[in-house]
Write a new protein. Structure first.
Length: 336
């Protein structure tokens, strides 16, 4: 296709954003912004996005202004992907978490095989529709207790930024919608397109937790505290052995005190915290470097490629080569 030749409209991936009264403008806007920035090297749009509502017309937001929506439920039948942002409206479900009839009828317009994703408490809509039963999911941490009470059949993890089940995805609070949408772009068109979109939006291409089809558990760095000396030294020396006694010495406390402090701050032992940091570093190198796996294993402090494979398999359920193929998009896989 010549650079000045527009991509045929049908070749673009079609995204419908389902808004309801009480929609959060930020969540609606970020969907449009991320997909608008996803383009071919020649600058052609890769997505077409339509905003839809159960009833077209004026839709109340949770801000001091409404929006006017031109499309109705038919847009959901048109879409390849449907995204359900949050709504601060009590009318979406009843007191037991069942969908209202209007919203249920709207969702029924979605074609089989359509990819469906939620942002923030939009996950309540997906769960109420039965799309998350027996699956892992996430939602805003403030709503986790209510979500568990209403939807016990869903395996909820409120600590992650998003969860990808392939055909159904959920994300946490508002900003994690950016992570989710960039992840969808990365999944559809590769890391280069997603990174360019993120750069134009002046946001990170991905944060801890925003990874394809893996449930990520971000490890917080934490504020300055008793563990700070140990953490600073460990992060600067991940390629080295990090014995517990030396970690304690770097924080000028006893091993027992350091262990208690780590558990209080992170819910992890010092050794578990270090292993998580090693994994994060290895994942970064797998995504962003051409280093062979044995060198990545050494740089992350796992020593051997065999050790790295074992840790990555235990944490994410994939091998280094499979992880690299996933997150480098259509680029050729490098040797494992």
């Amino acid at each position: 296709m010549r650079k000045n030749q527009a991509m045929p409209l049908r070749a673009r991936h079609r995204v419908a954003v389902l808004v309801r009264d009480g929609v959060l403008p930020m969540e609606l806007g970020l969907v449009h912004q991320v997909f608008a920035e996803a383009k071919t090297p020649g600058g052609e749009a890769l997505y077409e996005v339509r905003t839809a509502a159960p009833v077209p017309g004026q839709v109340r937001t949770d801000a001091d202004f409404p929006i006017t929506v031109a499309h109705g439920p038919a847009a959901l039948a048109w879409a390849d992907t449907v995204i359900v942002p949050a709504s601060h409206s009590p009318a979406e479900t009843d007191s037991t978490g069942r969908l209202g009839p209007e919203l249920a009828a709207t969702l029924a317009r979605i074609r089989p095989g359509t990819r469906i994703a939620s942002i923030c408490t939009g996950s309540f809509v997906l769960a109420a529709a039965g799309l998350l039963d027996g699956r892992k999911a996430t939602t805003h941490w403030k709503s986790a207790a209510q979500f568990r009470a209403w939807f016990p059949a869903v395996d909820l993890d409120p600590n992650v930024l998003y969860v990808d089940n392939g055909d159904v995805l959920t994300s946490a609070g508002e900003a994690s919608g950016l992570d989710l949408c960039l992840h969808l772009v990365r999944r559809d068109h590769g890391v280069a397109v997603a990174n360019t979109a993120a750069r134009h939006l002046v946001v990170p291409p991905h944060r801890d937790g925003g990874q394809a089809q893996f449930i990520e558990r971000p490890v917080p760095v934490g504020p300055r505290s008793v563990t700070s000396g140990a953490r600073d030294w460990a992060l600067a020396n991940l390629d080295q052995p990090l014995p517990l006694a030396e970690l304690a010495e770097r924080s000028a406390v006893s091993v027992r005190t350091l262990t208690r402090a780590f558990r209080a701050e992170f819910g992890l032992s010092p050794g578990q915290w270090v292993t998580r940091q090693r994994l994060e570093h290895a994942r970064h190198l797998l995504e962003h470097s051409d280093l062979p796996v044995d060198r990545i294993a050494g740089a992350a402090g796992f020593g051997t490629a065999t050790s790295l494979r074992a840790h990555l398999q235990a944490s994410l359920g994939v091998s280094p080569s499979a992880y690299r193929r996933t997150f480098r998009g259509s680029e050729p896989a490098l040797p494992a």
